[in-house]
Design a protein around this ligand. Sequence first.
Ligand code: HSE
Length: 336
Amino acid sequence: MRIVLVGFGVVGQSFAKLLLSRSADLYSQHGVKPRIVACVDNKGSAISPAGLDLERLLMAKKKGTVGMYEKGAAKFDPLHIIENVDAEVVIEATPTDLTTGEPGTSHIISAMRTGKHVISVNKGPLALAFPSLIELANYNGVMLRFSGTVGGGTPILEFAKRCLKGDRIVSFQGILNGTTNYILSKMEEGLTYESALADAKEKGYAEAVPSLDTDGYDAAAKLVIMANWVMGMKVTMKDVARTGISGVKVSDVKSAQSRGNAIKLIAACDSRILEVRPTEVSKKDPICVNGTLNAVTFSSEHSGQQTIIGRGAGGMETASAVLRDLIEIRDTVFER
Ligand code: HSE
Protein backbone atom coordinates (compact mmCIF):
# COMPACT_ATOMS: atom_id res chain seq x y z
CA MET A 1 0.00 0.00 0.00
CA ARG A 2 1.40 3.35 -0.99
CA ILE A 3 1.11 6.00 1.70
CA VAL A 4 1.46 9.77 1.77
CA LEU A 5 2.36 10.79 5.33
CA VAL A 6 1.44 14.39 6.07
CA GLY A 7 2.96 15.64 9.33
CA PHE A 8 6.11 14.12 10.75
CA GLY A 9 5.95 14.96 14.45
CA VAL A 10 5.94 12.49 17.33
CA VAL A 11 3.19 10.27 15.87
CA GLY A 12 4.50 10.38 12.27
CA GLN A 13 8.01 9.46 13.35
CA SER A 14 6.73 6.72 15.66
CA PHE A 15 4.75 5.30 12.72
CA ALA A 16 7.91 5.20 10.58
CA LYS A 17 9.75 3.40 13.41
CA LEU A 18 6.86 0.98 13.80
CA LEU A 19 7.00 0.09 10.09
CA LEU A 20 10.76 -0.40 10.30
CA SER A 21 10.41 -2.86 13.17
CA ARG A 22 7.32 -4.68 11.89
CA SER A 23 7.62 -4.89 8.10
CA ALA A 24 8.33 -8.64 7.94
CA ASP A 25 5.46 -9.82 10.11
CA LEU A 26 3.05 -7.25 8.70
CA TYR A 27 3.42 -8.95 5.35
CA SER A 28 3.43 -12.53 6.61
CA GLN A 29 0.52 -12.08 9.04
CA HIS A 30 -1.63 -9.43 7.42
CA GLY A 31 -0.51 -9.31 3.78
CA VAL A 32 0.23 -5.61 4.18
CA LYS A 33 3.33 -4.09 2.61
CA PRO A 34 3.18 -0.40 3.48
CA ARG A 35 5.41 1.97 1.52
CA ILE A 36 5.63 5.63 2.43
CA VAL A 37 6.00 7.21 -1.01
CA ALA A 38 5.86 10.81 0.19
CA CYS A 39 6.30 12.58 3.49
CA VAL A 40 5.66 16.23 4.24
CA ASP A 41 6.44 18.27 7.34
CA ASN A 42 6.08 21.99 8.00
CA LYS A 43 9.40 22.80 6.32
CA GLY A 44 9.81 20.41 3.41
CA SER A 45 8.94 17.20 1.66
CA ALA A 46 10.47 13.93 0.46
CA ILE A 47 9.12 11.82 -2.39
CA SER A 48 10.06 8.40 -3.75
CA PRO A 49 7.59 6.36 -5.84
CA ALA A 50 9.51 3.19 -4.87
CA GLY A 51 9.09 4.00 -1.16
CA LEU A 52 11.19 6.22 1.07
CA ASP A 53 14.04 4.72 3.05
CA LEU A 54 12.61 5.23 6.54
CA GLU A 55 15.95 5.23 8.39
CA ARG A 56 17.12 8.00 6.08
CA LEU A 57 13.85 9.86 6.49
CA LEU A 58 14.21 9.82 10.28
CA MET A 59 17.82 11.00 9.96
CA ALA A 60 16.71 13.86 7.69
CA LYS A 61 14.12 14.89 10.30
CA LYS A 62 16.82 14.96 12.96
CA LYS A 63 18.58 17.57 10.83
CA GLY A 64 15.43 19.71 10.87
CA THR A 65 13.07 18.58 8.11
CA VAL A 66 12.22 15.64 5.86
CA GLY A 67 13.18 18.03 3.03
CA MET A 68 16.82 17.15 3.88
CA TYR A 69 16.16 13.58 2.62
CA GLU A 70 17.53 14.53 -0.77
CA LYS A 71 19.88 17.36 -1.59
CA GLY A 72 18.34 20.02 -3.77
CA ALA A 73 14.92 18.29 -3.86
CA ALA A 74 11.97 20.42 -4.92
CA LYS A 75 9.72 21.48 -2.06
CA PHE A 76 6.09 20.90 -2.87
CA ASP A 77 3.26 22.06 -0.71
CA PRO A 78 1.21 19.34 1.03
CA LEU A 79 -1.91 19.82 -1.12
CA HIS A 80 0.11 19.43 -4.32
CA ILE A 81 1.66 16.21 -3.01
CA ILE A 82 -1.63 14.80 -1.69
CA GLU A 83 -3.32 15.41 -5.03
CA ASN A 84 -0.54 14.40 -7.40
CA VAL A 85 1.47 11.58 -5.84
CA ASP A 86 0.14 8.10 -6.69
CA ALA A 87 -0.92 6.50 -3.42
CA GLU A 88 -3.79 4.56 -1.88
CA VAL A 89 -3.74 6.13 1.58
CA VAL A 90 -3.06 9.54 3.09
CA ILE A 91 -2.19 9.71 6.80
CA GLU A 92 -3.06 13.10 8.28
CA ALA A 93 -0.79 13.66 11.30
CA THR A 94 -0.43 17.44 11.48
CA PRO A 95 -1.16 19.16 14.83
CA THR A 96 -4.75 19.53 15.99
CA ASP A 97 -6.35 22.97 15.65
CA LEU A 98 -9.80 22.96 17.27
CA THR A 99 -10.68 26.46 16.05
CA THR A 100 -10.15 26.18 12.31
CA GLY A 101 -9.46 22.46 11.81
CA GLU A 102 -6.70 23.50 9.44
CA PRO A 103 -4.50 22.51 7.75
CA GLY A 104 -5.84 19.00 8.42
CA THR A 105 -9.33 19.55 6.97
CA SER A 106 -8.00 20.75 3.60
CA HIS A 107 -5.57 17.81 3.47
CA ILE A 108 -8.34 15.29 4.17
CA ILE A 109 -10.71 16.84 1.62
CA SER A 110 -8.01 16.88 -1.11
CA ALA A 111 -7.10 13.28 -0.40
CA MET A 112 -10.67 12.05 -0.57
CA ARG A 113 -11.47 14.09 -3.69
CA THR A 114 -8.55 12.42 -5.45
CA GLY A 115 -9.76 8.96 -4.44
CA LYS A 116 -7.44 8.25 -1.54
CA HIS A 117 -8.39 6.58 1.73
CA VAL A 118 -7.59 8.68 4.78
CA ILE A 119 -6.31 7.86 8.26
CA SER A 120 -6.45 10.89 10.54
CA VAL A 121 -4.79 11.20 13.92
CA ASN A 122 -5.66 14.87 13.83
CA LYS A 123 -8.75 15.53 15.96
CA GLY A 124 -9.53 19.01 14.63
CA PRO A 125 -11.15 18.16 11.29
CA LEU A 126 -13.32 15.44 12.85
CA ALA A 127 -14.37 17.47 15.88
CA LEU A 128 -15.42 20.39 13.68
CA ALA A 129 -16.81 18.68 10.61
CA PHE A 130 -17.36 14.97 11.27
CA PRO A 131 -20.73 14.61 9.48
CA SER A 132 -19.61 16.36 6.29
CA LEU A 133 -16.28 14.52 6.14
CA ILE A 134 -18.03 11.13 6.41
CA GLU A 135 -20.44 12.23 3.69
CA LEU A 136 -17.54 13.22 1.46
CA ALA A 137 -15.79 9.89 2.08
CA ASN A 138 -18.95 8.00 1.11
CA TYR A 139 -19.49 10.19 -1.96
CA ASN A 140 -15.95 9.51 -3.15
CA GLY A 141 -16.06 5.79 -2.27
CA VAL A 142 -13.10 5.99 0.10
CA MET A 143 -12.60 5.07 3.75
CA LEU A 144 -11.96 7.60 6.50
CA ARG A 145 -10.51 6.09 9.68
CA PHE A 146 -9.39 7.82 12.90
CA SER A 147 -8.74 5.22 15.63
CA GLY A 148 -5.81 7.22 17.02
CA THR A 149 -7.91 10.31 17.70
CA VAL A 150 -9.55 8.78 20.79
CA GLY A 151 -7.65 6.83 23.44
CA GLY A 152 -4.21 6.83 21.79
CA GLY A 153 -3.56 3.13 21.16
CA THR A 154 -6.51 1.92 23.25
CA PRO A 155 -9.20 0.68 20.84
CA ILE A 156 -12.07 2.63 22.39
CA LEU A 157 -13.82 3.38 19.09
CA GLU A 158 -13.42 -0.18 17.80
CA PHE A 159 -14.60 -1.66 21.11
CA ALA A 160 -17.86 0.23 20.89
CA LYS A 161 -18.37 -0.17 17.17
CA ARG A 162 -17.35 -3.79 16.74
CA CYS A 163 -17.37 -5.63 20.03
CA LEU A 164 -20.78 -4.27 20.97
CA LYS A 165 -22.21 -4.72 17.46
CA GLY A 166 -25.90 -5.67 17.57
CA ASP A 167 -26.38 -4.30 21.07
CA ARG A 168 -27.61 -0.77 21.59
CA ILE A 169 -25.32 1.59 23.49
CA VAL A 170 -27.59 3.88 25.46
CA SER A 171 -24.93 6.05 27.06
CA PHE A 172 -21.24 6.25 27.77
CA GLN A 173 -18.93 8.27 29.95
CA GLY A 174 -15.24 8.42 30.36
CA ILE A 175 -11.91 10.04 31.01
CA LEU A 176 -10.69 11.01 27.56
CA ASN A 177 -7.87 13.42 28.40
CA GLY A 178 -4.63 12.13 29.91
CA THR A 179 -3.17 15.52 30.85
CA THR A 180 -6.05 16.64 33.06
CA ASN A 181 -6.27 13.20 34.63
CA TYR A 182 -2.59 13.41 35.44
CA ILE A 183 -3.03 16.87 36.98
CA LEU A 184 -6.03 15.80 39.08
CA SER A 185 -4.20 12.65 40.22
CA LYS A 186 -1.15 14.70 41.23
CA MET A 187 -3.37 17.17 43.10
CA GLU A 188 -4.59 14.22 45.20
CA GLU A 189 -0.95 13.68 46.17
CA GLY A 190 -0.79 17.28 47.37
CA LEU A 191 0.68 19.14 44.39
CA THR A 192 -0.89 22.47 43.43
CA TYR A 193 -2.74 22.81 40.13
CA GLU A 194 0.09 24.98 38.71
CA SER A 195 2.93 22.62 39.60
CA ALA A 196 0.96 19.56 38.40
CA LEU A 197 0.37 21.33 35.06
CA ALA A 198 4.06 22.26 34.78
CA ASP A 199 4.89 18.61 35.47
CA ALA A 200 2.48 17.41 32.73
CA LYS A 201 3.99 19.87 30.24
CA GLU A 202 7.50 18.73 31.04
CA LYS A 203 6.56 15.08 30.58
CA GLY A 204 5.13 15.88 27.13
CA TYR A 205 1.51 14.84 27.84
CA ALA A 206 -0.03 18.24 27.28
CA GLU A 207 -1.11 19.70 23.92
CA ALA A 208 1.10 22.42 22.41
CA VAL A 209 -1.46 24.87 23.82
CA PRO A 210 -2.20 23.35 27.27
CA SER A 211 -5.52 25.19 27.65
CA LEU A 212 -6.84 22.74 25.03
CA ASP A 213 -6.43 20.10 27.74
CA THR A 214 -7.23 22.07 30.89
CA ASP A 215 -10.30 23.86 29.49
CA GLY A 216 -11.76 20.56 28.30
CA TYR A 217 -11.52 21.17 24.54
CA ASP A 218 -9.50 18.02 23.87
CA ALA A 219 -11.96 15.85 25.83
CA ALA A 220 -14.86 17.58 24.04
CA ALA A 221 -13.29 16.87 20.63
CA LYS A 222 -12.96 13.18 21.49
CA LEU A 223 -16.52 13.12 22.82
CA VAL A 224 -17.77 14.56 19.52
CA ILE A 225 -15.87 11.91 17.54
CA MET A 226 -17.33 9.15 19.72
CA ALA A 227 -20.87 10.52 19.57
CA ASN A 228 -20.78 10.59 15.77
CA TRP A 229 -19.09 7.24 15.27
CA VAL A 230 -20.58 5.20 18.10
CA MET A 231 -24.01 6.77 18.58
CA GLY A 232 -24.68 7.89 15.00
CA MET A 233 -25.25 11.48 16.13
CA LYS A 234 -24.44 14.35 13.79
CA VAL A 235 -22.69 16.74 16.15
CA THR A 236 -19.68 19.04 16.31
CA MET A 237 -17.78 20.93 19.05
CA LYS A 238 -20.54 23.50 19.48
CA ASP A 239 -22.91 20.77 20.70
CA VAL A 240 -20.83 20.03 23.81
CA ALA A 241 -21.42 21.78 27.16
CA ARG A 242 -17.85 22.15 28.43
CA THR A 243 -16.23 23.02 31.75
CA GLY A 244 -12.49 22.55 32.28
CA ILE A 245 -10.53 21.84 35.45
CA SER A 246 -9.05 25.29 36.12
CA GLY A 247 -11.66 25.91 38.86
CA VAL A 248 -10.82 22.70 40.73
CA LYS A 249 -8.99 23.47 43.98
CA VAL A 250 -6.78 21.15 46.06
CA SER A 251 -9.38 21.51 48.84
CA ASP A 252 -12.10 20.14 46.45
CA VAL A 253 -9.89 17.20 45.59
CA LYS A 254 -9.14 16.50 49.26
CA SER A 255 -12.75 16.74 50.31
CA ALA A 256 -13.78 14.27 47.55
CA GLN A 257 -10.97 12.02 48.76
CA SER A 258 -12.37 12.04 52.31
CA ARG A 259 -15.62 10.60 50.90
CA GLY A 260 -13.75 7.79 49.08
CA ASN A 261 -14.16 9.64 45.79
CA ALA A 262 -12.01 11.47 43.26
CA ILE A 263 -12.66 14.43 40.98
CA LYS A 264 -12.28 13.45 37.32
CA LEU A 265 -12.84 15.35 34.09
CA ILE A 266 -15.69 13.24 32.77
CA ALA A 267 -16.91 13.37 29.18
CA ALA A 268 -20.40 11.96 28.93
CA CYS A 269 -23.03 11.19 26.33
CA ASP A 270 -26.36 10.56 28.02
CA SER A 271 -29.81 10.89 26.46
CA ARG A 272 -27.91 12.27 23.45
CA ILE A 273 -26.67 15.21 25.53
CA LEU A 274 -22.93 15.82 25.41
CA GLU A 275 -21.07 17.24 28.39
CA VAL A 276 -17.51 17.58 29.70
CA ARG A 277 -17.12 18.64 33.32
CA PRO A 278 -15.24 17.86 36.54
CA THR A 279 -17.28 15.20 38.33
CA GLU A 280 -16.93 13.39 41.66
CA VAL A 281 -16.52 9.66 41.00
CA SER A 282 -16.30 6.77 43.48
CA LYS A 283 -12.82 5.29 43.72
CA LYS A 284 -14.51 1.89 43.43
CA ASP A 285 -15.83 2.75 39.96
CA PRO A 286 -13.64 1.09 37.28
CA ILE A 287 -13.64 4.40 35.44
CA CYS A 288 -11.66 5.99 38.27
CA VAL A 289 -8.18 5.48 36.77
CA ASN A 290 -5.13 7.55 37.65
CA GLY A 291 -2.25 9.24 35.84
CA THR A 292 -2.50 9.60 32.07
CA LEU A 293 -4.78 6.60 31.63
CA ASN A 294 -8.05 6.91 29.75
CA ALA A 295 -11.16 4.89 30.64
CA VAL A 296 -14.62 4.70 29.13
CA THR A 297 -17.70 2.88 30.41
CA PHE A 298 -20.33 1.96 27.84
CA SER A 299 -23.85 1.16 29.01
CA SER A 300 -25.62 -1.13 26.60
CA GLU A 301 -29.24 -2.21 26.51
CA HIS A 302 -28.58 -5.96 26.67
CA SER A 303 -25.01 -6.58 27.78
CA GLY A 304 -24.88 -4.04 30.61
CA GLN A 305 -21.81 -1.99 31.40
CA GLN A 306 -18.27 -2.52 30.14
CA THR A 307 -15.24 -0.39 30.82
CA ILE A 308 -12.21 -0.19 28.59
CA ILE A 309 -9.00 1.22 30.08
CA GLY A 310 -5.65 2.02 28.51
CA ARG A 311 -2.96 4.55 27.75
CA GLY A 312 -4.62 7.53 26.11
CA ALA A 313 -1.62 9.22 24.55
CA GLY A 314 1.91 8.65 23.30
CA GLY A 315 3.65 8.44 19.95
CA MET A 316 4.03 4.68 19.61
CA GLU A 317 0.61 4.01 21.13
CA THR A 318 -1.07 6.31 18.60
CA ALA A 319 1.07 4.90 15.76
CA SER A 320 -0.25 1.45 16.63
CA ALA A 321 -3.78 2.79 16.09
CA VAL A 322 -2.73 4.09 12.65
CA LEU A 323 -1.44 0.63 11.81
CA ARG A 324 -4.78 -0.92 12.85
CA ASP A 325 -6.58 1.48 10.54
CA LEU A 326 -4.22 0.67 7.70
CA ILE A 327 -4.82 -3.06 8.09
CA GLU A 328 -8.56 -2.46 8.22
CA ILE A 329 -8.49 -0.40 5.04
CA ARG A 330 -6.42 -3.05 3.31
CA ASP A 331 -8.76 -5.85 4.44
CA THR A 332 -11.88 -3.94 3.40
CA VAL A 333 -10.54 -2.87 0.01
CA PHE A 334 -9.19 -6.37 -0.64
CA GLU A 335 -12.58 -7.93 0.12
CA ARG A 336 -14.42 -5.58 -2.24
N1 HSE B 1 -3.22 16.04 25.17
C1 HSE B 1 -3.89 14.79 24.94
C2 HSE B 1 -4.16 14.14 26.28
C3 HSE B 1 -3.06 13.92 24.05
O1 HSE B 1 -3.61 14.61 27.28
O2 HSE B 1 -4.94 13.19 26.37
C4 HSE B 1 -3.76 12.73 23.45
O3 HSE B 1 -4.84 13.10 22.62
